[in-house]
Design a protein around this ligand. Structure first.
Ligand code: HEM
Length: 448
């Protein structure tokens, strides 16, 4: 059989496709999928073919192919740096994952349970009865406090407080689709004068770097190996040659965790609160389940609640926070699905389109947690955290956080949606966020 070269796709100019992907990504993907099916090639990689997949067999092939056959391409490189886990490949990627996974799993993850409750209570105590609140910034404050604590540890202090607004303002910069589009032209992400859009980005990044380097230097002077935070862990690590990580390597990994570790979780929480409050039957069922816990919230019991779990899964299905996985770069010719992929081609499992497949998720545009109680989905059918050797290292941690924060808020407070219609997702950098940030009225303590 003659192999076809690569899947078909729109022939419009690359610049137009980048603009569509930046401004109206869902419409762009849906239009392509309708016309070309579940594998199509777009022009987001300049002259390099960039292939989207929403076919579970193709996704399985990508996730199970030996990691050394792929490189990686990420538009986040200018932000996170060359030594970030997101950018690393091969053995270094594998070693760094081995180092970073344990703090986000098992007992070490569960040690954050009480802290998550405390931070959720502290942040929501700012709400006043009868007032309208925009949910997203509060969820961002919660998740940022938690990740800062995990990364820098108990004595985070003043420097953490300075880092918080800077990290938020760096992310806010990317809310403009044009700033996002700029990421496709790395040469422009520079300070090219007062009016250049890259200037703000570079200035904010420099300020963040200064604070991170100051923290690294201070810790180097009095390293306390008994501390359990991630910075201590990274500073104590040695490579095969016995060498510690350099300041630059530490910086890249810390900024990666701070950014990847809070924005996504905050958006997941915001969407979950939106769906729960827009569907009375979902809210009723969930409260009934949460009420079985009584007043003593126990993290381990919360994480095992089946309906809460189904609500979280459906939240990350219907509008996945990230639309696609990090693109894998083909290193030597690959054949699958009847296509031939040349070296250099970007292969990207498309989370959004896979989660919207009719054959897997009937009435895919409806929010129905029950689907996750009725059947199990394979890792190639349901992939909010990507998959294979690059699957999100924070998946368990963020689900743990989302469940504990939801339990804290829902079991204690009465909230009501203050939106006049359905909330649509909009691009916020690489993530998808609810357009309005989700407006709600805080009605006070719940009366049981
Ligand atoms: C709801 C929350 C989150 C979502 C939806 C999410 C989603 C993702 C996705 C889709 C990927 C790409 C995986 C791939 O290409 O196959 C990823 C990678 C990654 N995530 Fe998350 N993430 C979340 C929370 C977190 C948290 C809390 C952390 C911090 C601990 C984190 C750190 C990372 C890192 C470091 C990578 C790169 C992994 C690698 O390349 O080996 N994420 N995430």
């Amino acid at each position: 059989m003659v192999q076809k070269k690569q899947p078909e796709g729109p022939q419009t100019p690359a610049l137009l496709q980048i603009l569509q992907w930046s401004t109206r990504p869902l419409e762009f993907m849906e239009t392509c999928a309708k016309r070309y099916g579940d594998c199509f090639t777009v022009k987001l990689g300049g002259s390099t073919p960039y292939v989207f997949f929403s076919n579970p067999q193709a996704i399985e092939k990508i996730f199970t192919t030996a990691p050394n056959l792929f490189g990686v391409y990420s538009i986040l490189r200018p932000t996170v740096g060359d030594n970030s886990l997101i950018i690393l490949e091969g053995d270094r990627h594998h070693q760094q994952r081995q180092l970073l996974m344990p703090p986000f799993h098992g007992e070490r993850m569960r040690a954050y349970g009480q802290l998550i409750f405390q931070i959720a209570e502290k942040v929501t105590s700012q709400w006043t009865k009868g007032a309208e609140v925009t949910i997203r910034p509060f969820m961002q404050e919660i998740s940022l406090d938690i990740i800062l604590q995990a990364v820098f540890g108990l004595n985070q202090g003043e420097r953490s407080q300075q880092l918080k607004p800077l990290l938020i303002s760096l992310l806010n910069l990317t809310t403009s689709p044009l700033m996002f589009a700029l990421a496709f032209f790395p040469a422009l992400i520079k300070d090219l004068g007062p009016l250049s859009p890259g200037r703000y980005f570079v200035q904010r990044k420099q300020k963040i770097d200064q604070l991170i380097y100051a923290e690294i230097h201070e810790r180097r002077e009095k390293l306390d190996p008994s501390r359990s935070d991630i910075l201590t862990l990274l500073m104590s690590a040695r490579d095969e040659a016995g060498q510690p990580m350099t300041d630059q390597e530490l910086r890249d990994e810390l900024i990666t965790l701070l950014l990847a570790g809070h924005e996504t979780t905050a958006l997941g929480l915001t969407w979950a609160l939106y769906w729960i409050h827009s569907l009375p039957t979902v809210k009723e069922k969930l409260l009934k389940e949460l009420d079985t816990l009584g007043s003593d919230l126990d993290p381990n019991t919360i994480t095992r609640l089946p309906y809460l779990n189904a609500v979280c899964s459906e939240t990350l299905r219907i509008y996945p926070i990230l639309l696609q996985t990090v693109p894998r770069v083909v290193k030597s010719p690959m054949h699958f699905m009847g296509y031939e992929f040349e070296p250099g081609t970007f292969l990207s499992p498309c989370i959004y389109l896979t989660h919207r497949r009719q054959d897997l998720y009937p009435e895919p545009e409806q929010f129905k947690p029950e689907r996750f109680l009725e059947r199990q989905f394979s890792p190639y059918e349901y992939l909010p955290f990507g998959g294979g050797n690059r699957r999100c290292i924070g998946a368990a941690f963020s689900l743990y956080e989302i469940k504990l924060v939801l339990a804290t808020i829902l079991s204690r407070f009465e909230l009501a949606l203050a939106e006049s219609g359905p909330v649509r997702p909009v691009r916020r950098g690489v993530a998808m966020a609810p357009a309005s940030g989700v407006k709600m009225v805080f009605k006070g303590e719940r009366q049981n």
